[in-house]
Structures are given as structure tokens and as C-alpha cells.
Write a protein that binds this ligand. Sequence first.
Ligand code: NAD
Length: 479
Amino acid sequence: MIKRKILIDGEEVDSESGKTFEVINPATQEPFEEVPECGESEVRRAVESAKRAVKEWAKIPVVKKVELFEKVRAILDERAEKHAQLTTRECGKTVREARVEALFTSGHWKIMAAEMQRLRGKTYPNNYEESNNLRIFTTREPIGVVGVIGPWNWPFDIPTLASAAAIAAGNAVVLKPSSNTPGCGIEIAKVIRDAGGFPKGILNVVTGPGGTVGNALVTHPDVGAIHFTGSTKVGEKVARSGGVKKFILELGDAGPMIVLEDANIDAAIKANMFGTFHQCGENCTSTQRVIIHEKVHDEYVDKLISEVRKIRVGDPLKEETDMGPVISEEQAKNIDFHIKDALDKGAGLLIGGKRENLFYEPTVLDNVTQDMVIAKEEVFGPVVAILKFRNKDEAVEIANSTIYGLQGALFTSNLRDAYIISEKMKFGSVIVNDTTNHWDQLSPFGGVKGSGIGRECGHFGIEEFTDIKRTVINLANVR
Ligand code: NAD
């Protein structure tokens, strides 16, 4: 059993109560880590430490901060394999997938080191005053203490993406990792501590099961911004209980992929395979719904099934495994429910539909209709629903018919349709002729509607963690 400690003010400590909780490896269903169960008092101490760190961080010149970010990146690269193995044991993604995550994780520090050097304000003309004595300009100031609440499906990448951007903008962070993957959150804090040179409380980690620790962070009056990644349901709760503070909410989706009659079917299948089955379908950007023209439906489905048959489900630590277990029994039951509901309402099961413990078979449901839960709500598992359409307006209507709007894809060989349909799709990103699982660390990522508020990555990411201050100087009114 690995015994973990949280990090507050640069020190590894236990919870004040001495209470712990266990982390279960979803592949073996064995507990393998014991983690401090924190409460409000640890959150208060972490916030106090972060407040001190904000002041210290402001004294360090940018050129030195860039060097520190580079150190963090180098340590992350050194520890990439160790981190990948831990990721797999905590959340069940395959070790090959976890290695890609490790690469993204170190990349955020590189990108934010660059963005930090480009963070700047603007000057504005003055509109009314005739004597031309007013000078107006904006600066971007740190918010102060930022609370980062992470999910389990990208347990290194997402907390890092948020923390690197927040710290680059001049803030300090209190991180609450998912209780499924607390070890990953703790390891991030250790890397920053080991880099040396950061103020002690620049990134504190507090852990605990359920919503207690997260809620204490969200409602703390000195936490100026919350970066929350998780389900739409919990995200809404967080926004309601936090009151007036800045929220960056990265929430769920039920990603659609529209396939028009003139689409490159082989390319669409490849995009679908990665979109639905990468990380066992546990991506916010997964392809959950394929909305396909009735004339190409049969060819598409035949080709898709022959690809799905090739997926090797098994031990996620083995190199040859393509798909590991889902995260928990609760999540597996949610998938069971979606499949049963669809089958009860007349969908066809083309392949899969069963599970052994938490190992779900890759599943394809055909003839899915809008009255089925899977057509509307996030399944978050290795399941794709096929819905047929006859005309393009109908396809767009189906794609837009959920509460979500994170990423949607469209396959067509017609330039006009690519423009017109992507304009009509109500999503934070539309990807034409590629997968919904498209991420790029330099361009904006985030959702509309129930998929969230705010944008991550590149200059959008760092700017989210700043307040814009307008300064007005009157050059006349001096002695
Ligand atoms: P979740 O909503 O169950 O939990 C997210 C985090 O919130 C966890 O750390 C949890 O402990 C914490 N939490 C729970 N109750 C809370 C409360 N009352 N106050 C504050 N915090 C609380 O989500 P999850 O199961 O960890 O992650 C899966 C979900 O995340 C999916 O819906 C997925 O689509 C979404 N997700 C979105 C993105 C994105 O960028 N849009 C990325 C990854 C995952």
C-alpha cells in the first residue's frame, strides 16, 4: 500500500484528523494507495499559504520564472514513465495512452513559459475629453488564489494545464484532484517543489472523497477563481455555491460526428474509432453519436464493426492492450443503463454490450433515435450510437439537440457543406474531416451551452486567470 501525504506550504503532511481514504485500481479492483482525507481546515491552511505565495511570486522577474517553468518541464519528462504507470493504475487508461498524457503535461509548462512573456495590456484612445490630458491603458493582473478541481480521466494533464496557466499569470493554486486519482495530483505538486525556486505555497494539494474539500475551496472567500473540470451536473452546483467569483468550467459532452453522403468513409471510420474508443470512451470530447446519411449507413456500419472487432481489451499495463477498464462500478452501471434504455426502446446491438467486472466490450448501437437517453446524455464509456438522417438540416438538428456543446465533427468532401454545416453546429470546436477527440495546446479549447464557460490553452488559457485593470491618468491635474 502506498501511503500518500498532501502538500501544503511546500511540506508533505497528513490530514489533521489523521483520516485517510483508499484508492482502488480499476483493473484489479484492489486498493493500493492510502490518501489523507482533508476537510475545511486543510483548505484554509492551503489558501493562506497560497496567499503568501502570490506576494512572493510577484517579486520574481519573468526571465527567472521562465527558467523555473523549464525546470518543471525537465523533471516531468524525467518522471514521465513513472507518472504514466501511476496514471494507469489510478484511472485504468492504457499505459500507451498515459505516456501521451505525460507528454501533454510537460508541454503545458513550455507553452505557458512562452505565454507568460507575451502577457500584456493595451492603450485606448479617449473618447470625450477635448484637452487630450487623459491616458487610458489596461494591464492584466493576477486574480490571486486559484482553486483547481480536477477530473480523473486526464489526472496529470488537466490539473497541470490549469495550474501552469494560473501560475504563469501570477497566481498561486490550491489543487483538489479527483478522489479516484489523488496520487497524480500529489505528484504534480512534488515536481514543482523539487524544481526549487518557486515560493513554498505556489501549488498546494488537498485531497478527499466526495464534494467536501471541493466545496470548501469553491466557497472560500479568498479564492478568486475556480477552474473546474468535471460533469455538467457538479459544475452547475459548483457555480451556484461559489457565488461571485470567476469560473472556468470544463464540463461534459455527447459528441456528435455527422457523416454526409459524400464523406471519405474510411477516414470517418478511423476518426470514429479514435473518437469513441480512445481511453475507453472516457474523454469529454468522445464521439458518442455518429449521425450518418441513410445511403452510406450500411457500408459504414460494416466497416466500423470489422475495425471494432480488432480492439484488444485487457490489462492496461500491458503494451499490447488497446482498451483498459472503465473507472468504477458506478460508471459501469451508467453505461449499462444507457445500453439497456436504448435496447428497450428499439435500438440494435451490433457488437459488444457486455462487461466483465469493469472491462466493458467496445459497443456499437444502431438505429438509435432521439427518444433514447444515449442520444441526449453523456455515456462516458466505449459506446457509439448510430443515428440515421435523410437531409442536412435534420443532421444539424440532431447534432445540436443535447444540452452540450463541446466538440462536434463533420465529414464531407464538399467545401460549401463544410462551411455551412460547421457554422450551424453549436459547439466550442467543430472539426471537419477529423475526430471529435482533437486537442491542440496552442488553440482555444472549451465548450458552449452545458459544456462550460471559458477557454483553455495558448493565450486564452493564461488570460482566463487574469483580471483586466483599466488605468486612467489625467496629466493635467498635478501641482
Ligand atoms: P465529477 O463531476 O464527478 O467530479 C469532478 C471533480 O469535482 C472531482 O474532483 C470531484 O471530487 C469534485 N466534486 C464533486 N462534488 C463537488 C462539489 N460539490 N463541489 C466541488 N467539487 C466537487 O466528474 P468526473 O467523474 O471526475 O469526470 C468526468 C466528467 O468530466 C465527464 O462529464 C467529462 O465529460 C468531464 N470532463 C470535461 C473536460 C473538459 O475539458 N470539458 C475534460 C475532462 C473531463
